[in-house]
Ligand binder design. Structure first.
Ligand code: B12
Ligand code: SF4
Length: 387
């Protein structure tokens, strides 16, 4: 059988808090679909999560598209549903080849494959744009998948993993499949259901926060698209698909000040009609204190900074490389420039007690963000009244 049709399906996993703010597309799939199409494959981008589809809906969509491959994606939180989805696809048609990617699969491929070798055929480790088309071409040629860098699979009862694939250096060259996105479902509830995209302007992070998978996923590297290429994409998303708000998926979009300034300048001079939501580091906000108004003028409306803890010892334990007093200043700067500030605190460390948790909650109030996320309780508290 020749592989021709690929269904990219998000697992029907739901997490509550983030989904209450909006409906979020899968930009990783937009890139992978772009690469698959460029390699000659037919793709169904199917965001079962955002459509709130359940298993019978998923069955109908798989039966209607009749894919040769079902590929899905897994964070740690969503891996159980992702694996179930692979098994479900095989129940519908045992000939379907299943592929699992993303951060959990990348690190936990051995466990995933050993426990689920009847459900998951291949794990793609790291970036998928080059690896997945190459794997499918290899299978179509009847060649040995062991030749494909960046994958893992079971061979003769043993988990085989191939060498790591180098990171893609020219991010401007990547193809995207924005036309496959089912746009009407992606809305940002906090802004009158404005049409919402997720975009990626850079990949990576050079920090070493001990609780975070991203520094390992990107091996503490950072690469970026050019300002022109990125801003042109925002313009296209607005003019062709009506996008009004975009969240940056970047770990640290502001890492290179020269590039970031160039992006803001282009957005201002070209009057880009897309508002940005982004995440960055406390120290980058302090660095940019004198251009906060420029952020706002360019269209940045919401900034998330990871404060994580109110005690310096905990921040040092996390290798966060920030000082407690810097966090308050960063939030004041964001609030002062009339942008929405959001931050999170880690609760439930082994040495946390009801008293230390209460202290963290009090400190969160003192910091005065618009939104403080206390994930240990999976709760969001709104502290400041929004404009
Ligand atoms: C955008 C985002 C979201 C969006 C996701 C929307 C969507 N449908 O994709 C929303 C806001 C819904 C979200 C929610 C959550 N998120 Co989130 N999210 C992110 C964020 C900021 C960006 C991810 C992204 O789009 N990156 C850009 C794309 C281009 O890269 P990528 O996704 O890594 O994809 C590439 C590769 O991984 C690979 N790949 C990925 N999938 C696949 C699949 C196949 C088949 C193949 C071949 C390859 C492949 O190829 C892609 C292209 O190179 C990351 C942090 C970060 N900066 O990366 C956190 C992150 C992924 N989220 C995280 C978490 C914990 C969550 C929640 C569980 C939080 C919660 N408690 O509720 C929920 C789960 C929601 C859900 N229902 O699944 C963690 C995951 C940690 C972990 N190790 O598991 C991260 C890493 C944040 C962090 N630092 O902790 N999130
Ligand atoms: S700065 Fe953010 S993305 Fe980078 S390692 Fe720390 S928590 Fe992760």
């Amino acid at each position: 059988m020749k592989i021709r049709k690929i269904a990219l399906i998000t697992p029907p996993y739901h997490s509550g808090v983030v989904e209450s703010a909006g409906t979020w597309l899968n930009v990783g799939f937009v890139y992978i679909a772009g690469a698959l199409r460029a390699a000659g494959y037919e793709v169904d981008y199917y965001d079962a999560m955002s459509l709130w589809h359940e298993w019978p809906d998923i069955r109908r969509r798989i039966e209607a598209f009749s894919p040769d491959v079902v590929a899905t994606t897994a964070y740690t939180a969503s891996v159980v549903d992702a694996i179930e989805l692979c098994g479900y696809a095989k129940e519908i048609n045992p000939a379907i080849v299943t592929v699992l990617g993303n951060v959990h699969a990348t690190f936990m491929y051995e466990e995933v494959l050993k426990r689920n070798n009847d459900k998951v055929d291949y794990v793609v480790r790291g970036e998928g744009e080059l690896t997945l088309p190459e794997l499918l071409d290899c299978l179509n040629a009847g060649d040995d998948p062991a030749k494909v860098a960046g994958i893992a699979f079971i061979k003769e009862g043993m988990v085989q993993s191939t060498p790591k694939r180098p990171y893609i250096q020219d991010l401007d060259s990547l193809k995207t499949a924005w036309d496959l996105v089912e746009w009407p479902i992606y809305t940002y509830r906090a802004k009158k259901n404005a049409r919402l995209a997720i975009v990626s302007s850079s990949r990576g992070c050079q920090q070493q926060c001990s609780f975070c998978s991203q520094q390992l996923f990107w091996a503490q590297t950072w690469r970026a698209r050019s300002p022109e290429n990125f801003v042109a994409e925002l313009e296209l998303l607005h003019s062709r698909f009506g996008v009004e708000v975009a969240m940056l998926s970047d770990e640290i979009p502001t890492f290179d000040l020269g590039r970031w300034n160039a992006i803001l300048d282009l957005m201002i001079s070209r009057r880009v009609q897309v508002k940005l939501l982004l995440e960055t580091r406390v120290d980058d906000i302090l660095r940019d204190a004198d251009i906060m108004d420029k952020y706002r003028l360019a269209g940045v409306e919401h900034i998330y900074v990871g404060v994580e803890a109110g005690r310096q010892e905990t921040l040092d334990l996390f290798k966060k490389d920030t000082k407690v007093e810097q966090s308050k200043k960063a939030i004041d700067l964001i609030n002062g420039a009339d942008m929405v500030s959001e931050t999170s605190f880690v609760l439930g460390m082994p040495d946390d007690t009801p008293e230390t948790i209460a202290e963290t909650v009090e400190l969160a109030k003192h910091y005065n963000p618009d939104m403080g996320v206390l994930p240990g309780h999976c709760a969001v508290a709104v502290f400041r009244s929004l404009p």
